[in-house]
Design a binder for this molecule. Structure first.
Ligand code: KG4
Ligand code: ZN
Length: 330
């Protein structure tokens, strides 16, 4: 079964073709980062308009990569939500338009399910069951995953998502957008002993998170400095922020593994690309004898491959999951 996947929930247009026998046959991505950079964040209307410009050329690119004609596609999966409404509508409209023209069924995929299953695209995928830490710009969740569609929420953020905390703290330090990679790079030069920031909810005895206080703590530190804060101080604050958020994320993952008795941890979502988080998780895994699995770096942030893959997994288990009702949208 050949499934086309379309992702357009935020500022990345992703298209991919996944074959249930041959694996990922092609994928193409356009990031709008450069376009939104000047505004310090995603401008929803610009995002929607750019998805329109990119979707079909990316589709053509994927068809060329895979050598498959459009007519060979069996179903079309698209990101149904959550995300920016206008941006989502573009992907849904392209999917439904193609479905109608080709007489192929369409399937709306939950964006987070795409992220959650993305590590299964890797060469050495984890077996079920596993604990998943989903850390993106919009979500921070710990989940027990017993199979495709069998997800139990164990804990989540009470306020900001981890990626949001990265982005907002980076903004406070005057770093560019997206802030996550920028603050992470700067932290490498920071002195770990210069500042200590709180570890919110570290001892809360549950698996929930809270990151808005951490962002406020960064703001307080920034305000303590004169307007011309020096680069080293910025790096020191960045380091204190990254150390704090990584400590909390790792501790909660370890708690989730302990509570469930599971030995496999999967990291998904944009913040999963973070080098300090990966290093700390790898160290914890070695010490506490669990295995940690990551998606390939290119599939950590939003992409079409995870949507094609999640759609294919759903359809393999339930062929009726897709529909020829092209009016249901997002
Ligand atoms: O999963 P994603 O592409 O989009 C959402 O579904 O939200 O995640 C984007 C988030 C942004 O907040 C971005 O700053 C963060 O992931 N991010 C990172 C890194 N790369 C992306 N955060 C920390 N370190 C990184 N290397
Ligand atoms: Zn995402």
């Amino acid at each position: 079964m050949l499934v086309l996947g379309i992702e357009s929930s935020c500022d990345e247009t992703g298209v991919a073709l996944y074959d249930t026998q041959g694996g990922l046959l092609g994928h193409a991505l356009h990031s709008q980062v450069a376009m939104h950079e000047a505004y310090g964040g995603v401008v929803p209307e610009l995002a929607s308009r750019d998805h329109i410009r990119r979707a079909l050329p990316l589709l053509q690119q994927v068809l060329e990569q895979s050598g498959s004609p459009l007519s060979a596609i069996d179903a079309i999966a698209y990101t149904q939500g959550p995300g920016l409404a206008g941006a989502l509508l573009v992907g849904a409209s392209v999917a439904c338009g193609l479905g109608l023209a080709l007489d192929k069924p369409v399937l709306g995929v939950h964006h987070l399910e795409g992220h959650l299953l993305s590590p299964l695209l890797a060469k050495d995928p984890p077996e079920f069951p596993f604990i998943a830490l989903l850390v993106s710009g919009g979500h921070t969740q710990l989940m027990r995953v017993d199979g495709v569609g069998r997800y139990t929420l164990l804990g989540e953020t009470m306020d900001d998502a981890a990626g949001e905390a990265f982005d907002k703290s980076a903004k406070l330090l005057g770093l560019g957008y997206p802030g996550g990679p920028a603050i992470s790079r700067l932290a490498e030069f920071g002195d770990p002993n210069a500042y200590k920031l709180p570890r919110p909810m570290l001892h809360s005895k549950n698996l929930d998170f809270s990151f808005s206080g951490l962002k406020t703590a960064v703001l307080t530190l920034v305000k303590k400095h004169p307007a011309n804060i020096c680069e080293q101080d910025k790096a020191n604050i960045a380091r204190a922020f990254v150390d704090a958020i990584v400590d909390v994320l790792v501790a909660k993952c370890v708690d989730a593994l302990k509570q469930t008795g599971l030995k496999r941890l999967v990291i998904a979502g944009g913040v999963g690309a973070n080098a300090q988080l990966r290093a700390a998780l790898n160290a914890a895994a070695q010490k506490r004898r669990f295995r940690v699995f990551y998606p390939e770096l290119q599939f950590c942030t939003d992409n079409g491959a995870m949507i094609a893959f999640a759609g294919a997994q759903r359809l393999m288990r339930n062929p009726d999951a897709a529909t020829r009702d092209y009016s249901f949208g997002v």
